[in-house]
Design a protein around this ligand. Sequence first.
Ligand SMILES: Nc1ncnc2c1ncn2[C@@H]1O[C@H](COP(=O)(O)OP(=O)(O)OP(=O)(O)O)[C@@H](O)[C@H]1O
Ligand SMILES: [Mg+2]
Length: 321
Amino acid sequence: MISDDLLRAQLPHTLRQVDLPALGELYRGKVRDNYTRGDRMVMITTDRISAFDHVLGTIPFKGEVLSRLTTFWFDKVKDIAPTHLLAAPDPSVMVVRQARALPVEIVIRGYITGSLWRDYQAGKAGAYGIAWPAGLRKDQRFDQPIITPSTKAEYGQHDEPISEAEILRQRLVAPEVWREAIAVAQRLFARGQEWAASRGLILVDTKYEMGISGGKLTVIDEIHTPDSSRYWVADGYAERFARGEEQEMLDKENVRQWLIKEHGFSGHGAPPALSDEVRVMLARKYIEVFERLTGETFASPIGDVGARIERNLRATGYLPA
Ligand SMILES: Nc1ncnc2c1ncn2[C@@H]1O[C@H](COP(=O)(O)OP(=O)(O)OP(=O)(O)O)[C@@H](O)[C@H]1O
Ligand SMILES: [Mg+2]
């Protein structure tokens, strides 16, 4: 594992944003800077971290970890469904096929935790149209993974829970496309859980985005990253669950917990600034999950990420030389 000294050395060089108008039309998400031209999109994963829909700052090597994990997983699931990936000209960049995104995000959960647990406890988990059994306990495993869709909100808006019946009634997705999308999500999740288990991790839940590209249902965005998924350490899960203790989390929940516990922040008002200490701690979590899943030791040169990306895009012809 990369040393804290190296992580600290990268703090001043993290990638906040990219300004390369020659790549096309810019759509800046919370985490990615996306440049579209024609039916091709250059997705640059910056080092920005968001929580509760606020961008909080940057984390060393986060963009590279997320982008490399997504290409890693796309390769593992390519027999299940087509993905949008065309090329990866830099460790933080994916060139993808632009898709017509479904207006819903497909969240699939193997365990009850997080926002679903809070809603279930408060008797407010009805929006998904699912008959929840009584007496579930926090972090309990479901017999079968459960899909809890949410609407994909416009920039700056919060995603909202929605039921399958509502998706179909409002014709947000055609019935046959929806059926295929949930079947694909179930297969992707089963594959993800199986691989994670073989690496000592539990893939607890995740979110898929899908779209139509070239007339085919296509997996888009990122998959099975610690931003879009929860990961727990498998070793000791049962004991912690039995004792009612928190699970050992290797995902974005760490930053949410830090915000809530240290600053009482859960999304309202201006978010607190991340200390360098917490930025380094979070970088370690992202890198740990990368190393566990891939079996590789993470290494990346210290230095300006934006300059490297530009160099790689020129060398591969996406930018004029
Ligand atoms: N192949 C694709 N075609 C079209 N859109 C895509 C594709 N892959 C990803 N996207 C969209 O590109 C954006 C990626 O940027 P990012 O992940 O930073 O956004 P976000 O903050 O999650 O979402 P928001 O759009 O709410 O800002 C998302 O809006 C995602 O839905
Ligand atoms: Mg996103």
